[in-house]
Design a binder for this molecule. Structure first.
Ligand code: MN
Length: 232
């Protein structure tokens, strides 16, 4: 048996080691900070968490050049804490959820906001707004079961645009894993983007978008003209 072509394998560096974390699936939490729920004027902060996915090959690493995506005029950043899953789990109780965690990274949930809004108005899936090429920048993974109460900032060209603390998440990491593992079998290699605070906004070619989270390696990507996709 011969594979017709080499499968693409996306992986992320693990801080302090030569190991790399092979990415299996990318889950994202919608609406997990009250201030962002309010700025988007959608949903209610008391709603259950909901999830969407991005393709694994939407992951790009720290230092990447991210091409401005096609068919949008409102390309936005969302700075987020990313959880790296290192063990299998189904219906995981919150008290055991952190046992599944291999580590954490800084991430950006890049969004074609105009397309997302259009999807919402037409009551169709969010994929066009969320699951496009290079839409999931993710920094190196720092091992550890709990990131604690960490400060998170996202800056564009050095100017802080989003600032929060992970303790302000509506659903904490353990609760996210409990909800997510009720719908899906979590497996090593899964990543979970945990939602963004207020302050989301648009970027364009030339902009440098950086996320800093206490205790983790920073993530920085540069937006380039469309059609110049490079991942390393
Ligand atoms: Mn998001």
């Amino acid at each position: 048996m011969t594979l017709l072509f080499s499968p693409s394998t996306v992986s992320l560096p693990v801080v302090g080691t030569a190991d790399r974390f092979p990415v299996r699936r990318v889950y994202c939490v919608g609406r997990n900070y009250v201030d962002h729920v309010r700025e988007m004027k959608e949903g209610d902060e008391r709603d259950d968490p909901f999830f969407f996915q991005k393709p694994a090959d939407a992951i790009v690493e720290d230092g990447a050049r991210v091409p401005y995506p096609p068919r949008t005029e409102d390309f936005q950043f969302e700075g987020e804490l990313v959880v790296a899953i290192g063990a299998e789990g189904v219906d995981v109780p919150a008290g055991r959820a952190l046992e599944l965690v291999l580590g954490y990274a800084a991430g950006i949930d890049l969004t074609r906001r105009d397309r997302q809004r259009d999807c919402r108005e037409r009551q169709i899936s969010w994929e066009a707004g969320k699951a496009f090429d290079a839409s999931a920048p993710c920094g190196p993974i720092t091992r550890g079961a709990d990131v604690g109460e960490a400060g998170l900032t996202l800056s564009v060209n050095g100017e802080v645009r989003q600032r929060t603390r992970t303790g302000l998440m509506i659903w904490n990491v353990a609760e996210i894993i409990t909800h997510l593992s009720a719908d899906y079998r979590l497996m090593p290699g899964d990543l979970v983007y945990t939602g963004t605070p207020a302050g989301v906004g648009a970027v364009g070619p030339g902009d440098v978008v950086r996320v800093d989270i206490d205790g983790l390696e920073p993530l920085s990507v540069t937006i380039t003209e469309s059609g110049s996709h490079e991942t390393d």
